[in-house]
Design a protein around this ligand. Structure first.
Ligand code: ADP
Length: 425
């Protein structure tokens, strides 16, 4: 009996222990599941956050990025890559060669090996659009030397290459322009040294040619220095209000003898407008345009200077002639340094090929625009815009008659000379 009670008690104790352990086990499992879930959630969040960050970096990079898998198929391409190789392709999933059809790039990527896991080359992409690119390629290999991933980074060198080409062309042009008058000078000096001294007529001709070419060299160097000064941006403009009709009138007076030599009539159609400009620079602009209009215009023809208000803040000035004008393709290029429609004619007229480039720089430094409109055989009109200057404030006086006539006061001539602006503001 006692044994039966002991056994029953033991059994009950065992059952209770079991139930206790089962509850504890459930609690522990629950805790474990919650921990696993929390860990999984934070891992997913971590991965998502890392992915968002990576995407943000790839999207903002100026360099094009291409990630390839072990079979040279594109895994990822960032927006900069797509904009480099317009029209934007969808290269993901395609083999590199099929995606771009660019053999040199494919060769560069395949040239990577465990011994040489990174390479950089400058490659030309035939376009469209045509580009120069620096491509840096790097590959990841496993311990057995099997390629896992390849990354290609594209930096656009097109702008740099273009600037380099412009610089080289400029140096070549300058050398050519300097060499021509210099070789003339040398040639005639030699003629003088080898006997022309005894022939006064020949001597005179030689000296005249030497003087003309020396002049040409001087003009060229002056224009080059002006351009360099303007391009450096180091020379500050000294803008002030200028009364346009007076300013134009005085320049036209200076050009009268040259115009008369070609029987060209100069006309000013400039209303009483005021611009805010550096007087010395504005004089250079008008002088270059008038010089061209007289030089390239029709003998016995007309040259006009016109002006109008183009908006509240801008005045548009035009210099027009009724000469042979310019072909359409030249209208786009005349403001380039050394561009000439007819090289021989320009040189014969003493042109340096830099006048319109100087005009463009000066106008742009004032914040304005410059352009040309022309139809071959029907003259050319060169336009430029300058900021308008406000009418001078009218002082309050005792006489109502004076106060009532502000615009008349503003129309009075302003500057005393070409290099002096209208100082009233
Ligand atoms: P250049 O010293 O040769 O005159 P510019 O830069 O002033 O150099 O002008 C560039 C070229 O633009 C000239 O060589 C000429 O061919 C053309 N050009 C400029 N102005 C006119 C014009 N009014 N009519 C026709 N062609 C012009």
């Amino acid at each position: 009996m006692g044994l039966a009670v002991l056994c029953a008690g033991l059994l009950v104790a065992l059952v209770l222990l079991h139930l206790g352990w089962r509850r504890r086990y459930r609690e522990l499992r629950q805790i474990h599941e919650q921990t696993v879930q929390r860990w999984a959630r934070s891992h997913t969040e971590f991965v998502q956050e890392a992915q968002t960050r990576l995407t943000a970096v790839l999207n903002t990079l100026a360099e094009g990025i291409l990630l390839l898998d072990e079979h040279h198929r594109v895994l990822l391409a960032n927006p900069a890559f797509r904009s480099l190789f317009q029209p934007p392709a969808a290269p993901e999933g395609q083999p590199l060669l099929a995606a771009l059809r660019w053999h040199e790039l494919d060769e560069l990527s395949r040239a990577l090996s465990p011994e040489q896991p990174a390479l950089t080359r400058e490659l030309a992409w035939s376009g469209p659009p045509e580009r120069w690119l620096r491509v840096s390629a790097a590959a990841l290999f496993d311990a057995a030397g099997k390629r896992l991933h390849t990354i290609l980074v594209f930096s656009d060198l097109t702008r740099l290459k273009q600037l380099e080409r412009v610089r080289q062309e400029f140096v070549a042009n300058v050398s050519h322009e300097l060499r021509t008058p210099l070789s003339h000078i040398k040639g005639y000096v030699e003629t003088l040294l080898t006997g022309a001294a005894s022939d006064p007529a020949l001597q005179q001709r030689c000296l005249q040619t030497i003087a003309r070419n020396a002049n040409r060299l001087e003009l060229l160097i002056e224009d080059l220095l002006t351009l360099a000064e303007l391009e450096s941006g180091q020379v500050a403009l000294q803008p002030r209000p200028i009364s346009l009709p007076d300013f134009v009138g005085k320049i036209l007076q200076d050009f009268q003898p040259r115009a008369s030599a070609r029987q060209i009539q100069l006309e000013s159609q400039v209303p009483p407008l005021r611009v805010r400009a550096d007087p010395l620079r504005l004089e250079q602009v008008l002088a270059n345009l008038l010089d061209n209009a007289i030089k390239y215009g029709r003998q016995g023809g007309h040259v006009w200077v016109r002006a109008r208000t183009s908006s509240d803040e801008w005045v548009e000035v035009a210099v027009a002639d009724d000469g042979p004008g310019l072909p359409p393709e030249a209208c786009e290029r005349v403001f380039e340094r050394f561009y000439r429609v007819d090289k021989a004619r320009s040189r014969e007229q003493g042109g340096t090929g830099l006048g319109l480039a100087i005009v463009k720089h000066i106008v742009q430094r004032h914040g304005g625009r410059v352009w040309v409109e022309s139809q071959p055989g029907r003259g050319a009109t060169f336009y430029f815009t300058l900021p308008s200057a406000p009418e001078p404030a009218v002082a309050v006086t005792e006489s109502p008659a004076v106060a009532a006539a502000p615009s008349a006061a503003s129309k009075v001539a302003g500057n005393g000379g070409l290099s002096g602006g209208d100082t009233r503001e």
